[in-house]
Design a binder for this molecule. Structure first.
Ligand SMILES: [Zn+2]
Length: 209
């Protein structure tokens, strides 16, 4: 049985749905209430890995930064640079190299090298889903800041609710109410807005940034 997590219009939350038919569209059935709905196939945008030189205390490291191909970044942005499976730096973009040119902003798939400097804070990557669109967002915080599944957060003015958290060790945290510290997080998956039923429950959280 193939299962997908989507929002159920009856339950008004994201629930597990059994995929009944997988052709041009998906026909799915809510495993909580049995409601059947037809969906467009979700399109996760393609990812690319951009070379990022990180300077940290007189040393420099060759790292990579995973981004959506169409994502735009600019000098001054805070992003994540991964140096190996274990180590990732929060970095600030100092310069962007596209072919022979240095530019102040570019789309990820046009970038040859990002020149960055490490910052003390951790940068947490969010993939925020809005309908069939995915918005990449970054949040700068302390390494021990906790991120709770099911809680609502506001990043750059966009309110979203955490659906699940992918960890650096490859596991996925999806139980509502569970938290992970920023340092261990590979990527947070969230949805724009909160459903009617749990709005009051989740609005109480006040961000620390
Ligand atoms: Zn349902």
């Amino acid at each position: 049985m193939d299962i997908i997590d989507v929002e159920c219009p009856v339950c008004e939350i994201i629930t597990e749905h059994e995929i009944l038919r997988n052709e041009n569209n998906l026909v799915v059935k809510c495993m909580e209430c049995g409601r059947v709905q037809t969906l467009q196939k979700p399109k996760e945008p393609a990812l690319t890995s951009v070379k990022a030189i990180v300077s940290k205390e007189n040393q420099s490291f060759v790292c990579r930064s995973e981004m959506y191909c169409t994502e735009r970044v600019a000098v001054g942005d805070h992003i994540v640079a991964e140096c190996d499976d274990e180590n990732a730096f929060g970095v600030e973009i100092m310069s962007i190299e596209c072919g022979p040119k240095r530019v102040t902003a570019a789309q990820a798939d046009e970038i040859d090298t990002l020149w960055t400097r490490s910052i003390d804070e951790v940068v947490v990557r969010f993939s925020v889903h809005k309908g069939h669109k995915t918005i990449p967002l970054y949040l700068v915080c302390e390494g021990n800041t906790r991120f709770y599944v099911g809680e609502q957060y506001e990043i750059n003015g966009i309110k979203c609710k955490i659906h699940h958290i992918k960890l650096r060790n490859g596991s996925i945290c999806k139980r509502i109410g569970k938290y992970e510290p920023a340092l261990t997080i590979k990527r947070v998956y969230a949805y724009v807005g909160a459903s009617k039923t749990d709005k009051n429950k989740y609005n109480r959280r006040v961000g620390v940034w």
